[in-house]
Ligand binder design. Structure first.
Ligand SMILES: C[S@@+](CC[C@H](N)C(=O)[O-])C[C@H]1O[C@@H](n2cnc3c(N)ncnc32)[C@H](O)[C@@H]1O
Length: 288
């Protein structure tokens, strides 16, 4: 577990920008801040409220919530992994913040808090790492006070642009086989990254007891020119520390040599081309 913990903070600092040019990193950072701000607008944070950041990671949401509350109230930095929390604590200590927060190591599936104790639960990209989403959403509902809100963002990976959509079948060996494998990978019900969409999340929220939850689908289109070596970065960097990389996923279907050849052909075909990618996500605003 400790390895995974360490890897999470490392991943958040480095891997989430893997394969990106400095301009793309700047764009991603701005986008993360924009997502954070939407979640916090939904949350309508007020002084003296208790705010729970679930899966806080390196504190993207929690630090801003703390700033908005001016330490009048309580922001709970919670995460399953200690290294993330140690990282946040270090920043809090270095910034001289001594009150208005609590650190809580807990999984979202069993939140270590009594029921009806939290005014707002905020969360970004956490359910996407949880295979069984219903028990996690039930837990969030349990710890919220009546009238409390869950405000969250989750990427909906299974409806993102797939590799086969931006490739040319005449150029890539075994194009149909790779297309078939990719479709299976992206629709695997046991894979936390791909086993949900906006409709399944809405159903999960309703089953938990949230009344008429708002689940807004956002489709973002981004275009950029593919650089040398970008494809290897896409393929070998894991989507999270405890998940196989795209290359490892394809290795369940093909020999190493075949996957390497595919990667080389994808790189060759895409280098210098402008590609347009669709990434879907949802914003959740649900009241208990
Ligand atoms: C993609 S990161 C997002 C971090 C942070 N919310 C942000 O927006 O930068 C996912 C976070 O969820 C945490 N996490 C993963 N599975 C979890 C679980 N079952 N319960 C609680 N936290 C979890 C990880 O430790 C990690 O910090």
């Amino acid at each position: 577990m400790s390895d995974i913990c360490k890897n999470w903070t490392e991943w958040l600092k480095k891997n989430r920008f893997a394969g990106q040019t400095p301009e793309m990193i700047e764009q991603t950072t701005k986008w993360l801040e924009a997502v954070r701000d939407v979640i916090l607008v939904y949350a309508e944070i007020k002084p003296y409220e208790t705010i729970l950041d679930i899966g806080c990671g390196t504190g993207l949401l929690a630090f801003k919530a703390l700033e908005l509350q001016e330490c009048k109230g309580k922001v709970i930095f919670s995460d399953m992994f200690k290294d993330c929390l140690d990282d946040c604590k270090k920043i809090l200590d270095e910034s001289g913040v001594t009150e208005g927060y609590e650190i809580l190591q807990t999984p979202v599936e069993h939140i270590a808090l009594p029921e009806s104790t939290v005014h707002k639960a905020i969360m970004r990209s956490v359910l996407v790492h949880v295979v069984n989403k219903q028990p996690a959403i039930n837990e969030i509902y349990r710890v919220l006070k009546p009238g409390g809100k869950l405000c969250a963002f989750e990427p909906v990976i299974r409806s993102n642009t797939r590799y086969w959509e931006i490739l040319d079948s005449d150029y890539i060996d075994r194009y149909e086989d790779f297309k078939h494998a990719e479709n299976e990978i992206m629709e695997n019900p046991l894979d936390s990254l791909c086993n949900f969409d906006e409709n399944t999340l809405r159903t999960n929220l309703e089953i938990a007891g949230f009344s008429i939850p708002e689940v807004k689908l956002q489709e973002v289109r981004s275009s950029y020119v593919v650089q040398e070596n970008m494809v290897r970065e896409w393929f070998v960097n894991p989507p999270s520390p405890n998940q196989p990389s795209t290359k490892q996923r394809f290795l369940r279907y093909f020999e190493e040599e075949t996957v390497e050849k595919f990667m080389a052909q994808v790189q060759e075909y895409l280098t210098g081309r402008t590609i347009s990618l669709k990434t879907n996500a949802v914003f959740i605003n649900a009241t208990k």
